[in-house]
Each structure stands twice: as structure tokens, then as C-alpha cells.
Design a binder for this molecule. Structure first.
Ligand SMILES: *Cc1c(COP(=O)(O)O)cnc(C)c1O
Length: 501
């Protein structure tokens, strides 16, 4: 049986997972969801014991087959082999390491040193397979807004993948030195990178508009080009992230920290709500998740939502030292609302309409109660984040990046429940944010550029610098484009024509 997908805002039109992955966003602006996630599990739960004896590839096979059931076993096997190979620096892919009495799930061992690789090494492969199946072998132009990490991971994932192109928009001045260099030095004939005058939310809003522009769609269709998304609204990004929640669990069992069936808590540094939503999917699939703790930085819109039931984006956008979490509109929350309302599309549509016209919405008391059954939340401002980096370095000799430190701070504010292991998701290598990590350790970085900071952080801590970050200093800058928000659509069209002509 195929696990069919439909929009969070409308049940009536079903698509296969291949179609959902090719399209990215549903035509009505909703996100693709599958009811198989909730219905199938009652009679056919994931076999936890079997999972605990599998390696990463094996777990990925089980989860992907379940959620992308129109892909054949061969196709899934091929995608997994290609996505999780030697370009990850450990065969564990997402190793679990001790952090005091808790655990750290390191998700940044891929080619761009951020957790986005786990999904973005897989998505292009899933898309390439889906493209082969589609009746028309149109070229696919990926358009992607990034707060820093997605952009590079998407560029790296899609570079030179046949029949695809990728255009990335980042907030100029809103990403770290190293993140910026990672993007502007990207190799590949099918990539475009452009800075915009605005923040991530501006970029994402404009990208959503580009996707729903019928005229543009038509003009591109004439050239046999379709647009798609690599943001975490794409099903093909979300599903691979479910895998590491299971992998963490299997590693806890292997370490003797828990027995199969014991409950585990996960604390997740959150921006667009993709990562933590994957944890919820894992729970729906039967993973014994006691609680998911949503960790926010000073852009605490989610902390407020989970505490009060009111989502209100009408607040100043704050630039923090954890820029990949500087987000006021967490797109994937829409999927959670769908599942928590038992699939009430018209209710979800109403809430999303209110968000777009009024800038806020409140959920029913019943939905808030269901939300709080699984989700807890907390926040860390920049000072608390720095303090956590320093404390964890001094106490445990572990070097956390600024995003992971937000989660580590939030986790430390919660009482440990006896018998429940706690896993903090570590989303980036600290060298991606060398300057802020150094400042947290008390160093003066004035006058140092990104590489100066990288070298100094290495001297100070002895923690190895990932080679792919070290080598950036020798690479030529290839992408220097900048544009205004209202020029983004033109930029996409020009890139598409250049790449596919
Ligand atoms: C993207 C990102 C996050 C936030 O993940 P979401 O899925 O958007 O919630 C956290 N940390 C880092 C380092 C990231 O790149």
C-alpha cells in the first residue's frame, strides 16, 4: 500500500510521496502530510527490537520504506548508500556521545558540518529517482531560503545532480563569516547564490510567493522547468531526519543506558520546527519518546506558543549568535497542528489564514492540552548561550556550537526524571561559529576574520578543525550576487534559464 500525501489545508487531492517530494509545497500553500503516519501504526508498529539491532543504513531503510512507500526497496537502498557514505566522517553517521549525565547526538558529521546534511544528502537522490518516474522529465529548479546552514547543505547536495539546479537566497550580513564563505565558494555548474536585503523570514516569505506565482510557473513550464523546495517543508527532507531519533535510541540501548521500551527525552534547538517535528514523527511511529523539549533563542515565538497556545509573530526580529534559529515563522508547525487537530484541514487553514492576515493565532484549549502532553519548551538568550558553552567546555571538555548550546542550556533547566535518558541534539560543528564560540570562552577576537578565529579556537582547545572548513581559505569566491527582495523572482528565472539552456 502506498502512503499517500495531501496538503495540510485540503484532503481532497492525494499525491504519492514522489510527487510530494518533487512539488515541495502543495499548490494551496499547505504542507504535504501523510495519514499513514497515524493510521498504519496501530496495526503495524515499527519493530523497536529489530531497529535496535540495525546500523544507520538499516534503520534508514526501515523508516524510509514506511514513509515513502511508493519508492521500491532498490530505489531506497540506492539512495541510502549514496547519501550516507564516506563523505560523512563516521560510519555511525549521527554518533551519540556522553555529555555529563546526558547524551549529545552529533548531527554534523556530513560534508557541510551542520545537521542539514543528514536530510540534504538524501533529498537530491530521492528527487532524482522521482524525476525519472514522472511522466515529463522536466528539469527541477530548487529555490531555497536559508538562515545559513540549509543553503550550503542544499548547494552541496544538489551540485551537479543531473536535471536539477539550485538557487539559494541568504540574508546579506545575517550569516556567519564561515557560512558565507561556504556558500559563495560553492562549485558546480547548476548552482546560484544570492544575498538579499532582509532577514531569513523575508527571504522565506518571498520564496513562498515565488512558488505560488502562476505566471512565473507558466513561463518556466514553457522551458520545461518546474520549481521545487529544499526547505524543511519538503517531505523528502523531513523523513530522513526521523531516522536519527531511532538511531539515538538504538545507540542508547547499545551503550547499556536504557532497555528496549524505556522512554527517552529529546531536547532540540529549534528554528523552522523541522528537526523537532521529525522527533514527533518518530513518536507517532512508535519510538518511546517521553517528551520533546523545544529550545529557542531570543526569538522565542515557539516558547510562547507552547506555553500559552498563542502564536504571535508580531515582534521584533532579533539577530542572535545562533542565526540558524533566528526565525519568527516556523513553517513546519503547520504539520504539527494538522496532526494535533486529528487532521482537521479547515481548522489548520483558518489558523494559517489568521497568521498571514493578522500575524497571530490562538489554538483551542483542547489542542494546547494535547500539545503539552508531548512538548515542553525553554529559551536561552545570547548570554546564557555563551555561559553554557564556557561551562560545558570547562566541566565536560566538550566544545558546543552556539545552537547546540541553546538546547544544552534549556535542558539544564529541566529536572531529570529517574530512569529517563536525555538526548540533546547537536546541530553544528563549533568551527562554523568560531568567533562566537571563542568569545564565549572569554577570548578577544577583535581584528580577527573567520579563519583567524578558527585558528585561535583550535590553538585554545585542540579540537580538530574539519578539513572542509579549513580548506575554505584557499577557494575562490564565485557567487557575489546581491538583490532586493522584489528582485528575487527575476533572479530565479534568470538562473533557471542560464542553468538549463
Ligand atoms: C537549521 C538549524 C537549526 C534549526 O533547525 P529547524 O529544523 O529549522 O528547527 C538548528 N541548528 C542549526 C545549526 C541549524 O542549522
Amino acid at each position: 500500500m502506498s502512503s499517500l500525501y495531501h496538503s495540510t489545508r485540503n484532503m481532497s487531492k492525494s499525491v504519492t510521496s514522489k510527487q510530494a517530494i518533487l512539488a515541495g509545497l502543495a499548490a494551496d500553500g499547505g504542507l504535504y502530510v501523510s495519514d499513514a503516519l497515524t493510521n498504519k501504526n496501530a496495526d503495524d508498529p515499527i519493530d523497536l527490537t529489530a531497529i535496535c539491532h540495525e546500523d544507520y543504513h538499516g534503520i534508514a531503510r526501515t523508516i524510509l520504506s514506511r514513509l515513502l512507500s511508493d519508492y521500491s526497496q532498490d530505489e531506497i537502498e540506492h539512495c541510502i548508500e549514496a547519501a550516507y557514505g564516506p563523505h560523512f566522517d563516521t560510519s555511525a553517521i549521527t554518533p551519540l556521545v556522553p555529555l555529563g549525565n546526558d547524551w549529545l547526538l552529533e548531527l554534523w558529521h556530513g560534508p557541510t558540518c551542520a545537521f542539514k546534511d543528514v536530510a540534504l544528502q538524501m533529498l537530491p537522490r530521492l528527487m532524482a529517482v522521482a524525476r525519472k518516474d514522472a511522466e515529463t522529465a522536466d528539469n527541477v529548479m530548487i529555490v531555497c531560503a536559508t538562515s545559513g546552514d540549509t543553503g550550503k547543505a542544499a548547494l552541496e547536495g544538489f551540485a551537479n545532480v543531473e536535471g536539477t539546479g539550485v538557487t539559494v537566497f541568504y540574508p546579506a550580513g545575517g550569516v556567519s563569516d564561515i557560512q558565507h564563505l561556504q556558500m559563495v565558494t560553492q562549485r558546480g555548474e547548476n548552482v546560484s547564490v544570492c544575498g538579499i536585503n532582509g532577514n531569513f523570514d523575508d527571504a522565506q516569505t518571498q520564496v513562498k510567493r515565488i512558488f505560488s506565482d502562476p505566471m512565473l510557473k507558466e513561463r518556466l513550464a514553457d522551458e520545461k522547468i518546474v520549481l521545487s523546495s529544499a526547505n524543511s517543508i519538503n517531505v523528502g527532507r523531513l523523513v530522513p531526519q526521523v531516522v536519527y531519533y531511532f538511531s539515538a535510541y538504538a545507540q542508547l540501548v547499545a551503550a547499556g543506558s536504557i532497555n528496549i521500551g524505556d522512554e527517552v527525552e529529546y531536547c532540540v534547538p529549534t528554528g523552522n520546527f523541522g528537526d523537532v517535528l521529525a522527533g514527533y514523527y518518530a513518536k507517532l511511529l512508535g519510538l518511546p519518546v517521553a517528551r520533546l523539549i523545544v529550545a529557542s533563542n531570543a526569538n522565542d515565538v515557539l516558547t510562547e506558543f507552547i506555553s500559552t497556545g498563542t502564536y504571535d509573530r508580531r515582534r521584533p526580529f532579533k539577530r542572535t549568535i545562533s542565526p540558524s534559529m533566528d526565525i519568527l515563522v516556523s513553517s513546519n508547525l503547520e504539520r504539527l497542528l494538522y496532526y494535533l487537530s486529528d487532521g482537521d484541514c479547515s481548522y489548520v487553514s483558518q489558523l494559517m489564514a489568521r497568521l498571514s492576515t493578522e500575524g497571530s493565532y490562538s489554538v483551542s484549549d483542547d489542542l494546547l492540552k494535547r500539545l503539552k502532553k508531548t512538548f515542553a519548551c525553554g529559551k536561552a538568550d545570547d548570554d546564557q548561550t555563551r555561559e553554557t558553552i564556557r561551562n560545558v567546555w570547562e566541566t565536560d571538555h566538550m566544545l558546543l556550537d552556539t545552537h547546540t548550546a541553546v538546547a544544552a542550556h534549556v535542558l539544564s533547566q529541566f529536572q531529570r526524571t529517574p530512569g529517563i535518558a536525555r538526548v540533546c541534539l547537536s546541530t553544528a560543528n563549533p568551527y562554523k561559529f568560531s568567533a562566537d564560540v571563542l568569545k564565549a570562552l572569554g577570548s578577544d577576537v577583535s581584528g580577527l576574520d573567520g579563519f583567524g578565529c578558527m585558528d585561535m579556537l583550535h590553538e585554545k582547545t585542540g579540537v580538530p578543525v574539519p578539513p572542509q572548513l579549513f580548506e575554505l581559505r584557499d577557494l575562490p569566491k564565485r557567487h557575489l550576487d546581491l538583490c532586493k527582495r522584489d528582485e528575487m523572482s527575476d533572479f530565479v528565472e534568470k538562473s533557471a534559464k542560464r542553468i538549463f539552456s
